[in-house]
Design a protein around this ligand. Structure first.
Ligand code: M6R
Length: 607
């Protein structure tokens, strides 16, 4: 999604804006731009495509000035052209915007009728004109922005820079996150704390409806009810170092390799290793003995929920419904007598998941957010939270956030099982011991990279790839297919292996690799039958299994990826590694943009 940076600084703004925009690249974008104040007048540079195109513009025609705003745009209204790139400006104000202005047509018509000229096809440009109209009527920047914001419907975070006002920068948020960065004689605005992290670690996370009026070294925040309020200052610990690639070729690779540490950190948060018990924090009224649970998320986070569905039913003894947030929020779901709801999200800002959370709250359900970004909107709005401690995830394709989500959800399942007496204390200890082994086994699973590399070369020429799994590995097959299509652009589908005969088998031919995720567990023999069916039709099998599975499968598979033998409870965590590596290495072979795949945004803050 779009990224925002605003700087009221002491040093030349343009290079700093570009530096911050580079930190925001991970969110996904297709054009970028900056505006600065040069001797009180607004000056802009914008470019379609990557930030390097903007840098080329800036080196051809540099910008002086110490205050400015910058933006990476992920196109919604209007193509990713230079004219549609932000900042949008009049001679009085330049604005950058993240989100969607739902009533922009009505506003634009009225503004055009009043004689205003638009230069872009975006919804965002109406903001520049509304603010400008206020300024022309003699309003102060603060009055003009608060007045304009009141006319906007939809979700937005904005930053505004004003001609002739060297010491003012104004931001506002409703529905999309915005942070204020504080420094002694400077001030910053960012769509997240990572944006301002090169300049400061002291941040204020603005609340819904807040308008922040920044001066050098001073900040005034006005809430949705027009009251001047104080907001807590937080020290952002993600740090600039967390967003460096280190020795890795891509962020995605780095993040795959961080998983022993990130799952370890997350598990340690919920497990008392000495007593071999799960320790859940105070869940603020979320009743784990409820008769049912609802698990909601999008994309990879939804698949983490699908894995947890098996765990919560088998270990937790609770009836579970999982759904994709965009479907859930509009189907007006009914709930059982007692239910709690769980929202899984890396960013904590995904628009559909957030709307689903709000729906559950309105319907009296307690809400629990399994979320990675501290102080994100879901983090703050949920009744209780289970943080995943994956650290900043920069690669658009989610990897370490997924396994951290699985780690927290596995712990939750054990906690529910104990609360409902579905498992004994002894069983809890056994499961906790198994969970604590996951980080080491994930590290072992990373050792398969050289073997997977050869297979990836072959997969990279495929047109379609099928992924099959049974039980808890069905969602892992879905996640494997999603990872592959996201970053390699190869068409891939995940199926429950038992569904093969009900349709997908028609796709099998000598050209179609079929990846089967099947540890040697209670369902292995069933998966083996499905593999026979694929083999009989000439399909190329890639089997991801353990030593026992490889022995039992004989030579039916063309390729076998050996994964460490593990307790079936934690197998989804361990088997996430080979499917991630297979997607990653395939994309590297194809030469695609692994960390910022085309058309994708890291955090989808619009519907
Ligand atoms: O931030 P969230 O976890 O709520 O994001 C959900 C999905 O948009 C996300 O998982 C998406 O599917 C990723 N691109 C997966 O790699």
């Amino acid at each position: 999604m779009c990224g925002i940076i605003g700087i009221l600084g002491q040093d030349p703004a343009a290079p700093r804006l570009v530096e911050a925009l580079k930190r925001l690249e991970y969110r996904g974008y297709d054009s970028a731009g900056v505006a600065v104040l040069e001797s009180g007048a607004l000056a802009r540079r914008r470019a379609a495509g990557k930030i390097r195109n903007l840098e080329a513009e800036l080196s051809a025609s540099p910008l002086a000035g110490i205050s400015g705003i910058g933006h990476t745009r992920w196109a919604t209204h209007g193509a990713p052209t230079t004219a549609n790139a932000h900042p949008h400006a009049t001679d009085k104000v330049a604005i950058v915007h993240n989100g969607i202005i739902e009533n922009f047509r009505k506003l634009r018509e009225a503004l055009v009728k009043a004689g205003r000229k638009f230069e872009s096809e975006t919804d965002s440009e109406v903001i520049a004109h509304l603010v400008s109209a206020g300024l022309e009527q003699g309003q102060t920047p603060e009055q003009a922005v608060t007045g304009a914001v009141k006319q906007l419907e939809g979700a937005f975070a904005i930053a505004c820079l004003f001609a002739g006002h060297e010491d003012v920068l104004i931001g506002a948020r409703k529905g999309s996150p915005l942070v204020v960065g504080l420094a002694d004689d400077e001030a910053f605005l960012g769509s997240d704390a990572i944006a301002v992290s090169p300049f400061t670690t002291r941040v204020i996370y603005l609340e819904e409806g807040d308008v922040a009026v920044l001066g050098r070294g001073k900040t005034k925040i006005i809430d949705a009810g027009d009251a001047v309020v104080e907001r807590p200052v937080t020290v952002f610990s993600g740090g600039a170092a967390a967003v460096e690639k280190g020795n890795h070729r891509h962020f995605m690779q780095k993040e795959i390799y961080e998983q022993p540490e990130t799952t370890g950190r997350t598990i340690a948060r919920y497990v008392n290793a000495f007593d071999e018990r799960v320790e859940m924090p105070d869940l603020d009224g979320v009743d784990l003995t409820a008769d049912s649970a609802v698990l909601i998320g999008c994309g990879t986070a939804h698949y983490a929920g699908r894995v947890a569905e098996y765990w919560l039913e088998q270990v937790g003894g609770v009836a579970v419904e999982t759904d994709i947030a965009s479907e859930f929020r509009y189907r007006k779901p009914a709930f059982g007598k007692s239910a709690f709801s769980v929202f899984v999200s890396q960013s904590g800002e995904t628009a559909d998941t957030l709307a689903a959370l709000r729906y559950c709250k309105e319907n009296g359900l307690k809400t629990l957010a399994v979320v990675n970004v501290p102080e994100s909107t879901m983090w703050r709005e949920a009744d209780a939270r289970l943080p995943t401690l994956a650290g900043p995830e920069i690669g658009v394709a989610s990897t370490k956030a997924f396994t951290a989500q699985l780690s927290a959800l596995a712990a939750l399942s054990i906690a529910v099982g104990r609360a409902k007496n579905a498992i004994s204390e002894q069983e809890e200890r056994r499961l906790v011991r198994a969970l604590m082994e996951a980080p080491r086994l994930i590290a072992d699973a990373l050792g398969a990279e050289p073997q997977i590399e050869k297979i990836a070369q072959e997969i990279s020429t495929a047109r379609d790839v099928l992924y099959l799994g049974r039980g808890v590995h069905y969602p892992i097959a879905l996640e494997g297919a999603l990872k592959l299509k996201e970053i390699s652009y190869i068409h891939a589908e995940g199926y429950a292996a038992g569904e093969l005969k009900h349709g997908p088998i028609a796709l099998i031919d000598e050209e179609t690799p079929v990846v089967v995720v099947a540890p040697h567990d209670g369902l292995f023999e069933k998966s083996l039958s499905n593999m026979q069916e694929v083999h009989a039709r000439g399909g190329k099998l890639v089997l991801i299994t353990d030593e026992a599975g490889a022995a039992a499968a004989g030579d039916i598979a063309k390729h076998v990826i050996i994964t460490p033998t593990c307790d079936p409870f934690i197998a989804p965590l361990v088997y996430s590694v080979p499917i991630q590596l297979l997607a990653y290495l395939t994309a590297v072979h194809k030469g695609t943009d692994v960390d910022q795949p085309r058309n994708l945004a890291k955090s989808v803050t619009v519907e």
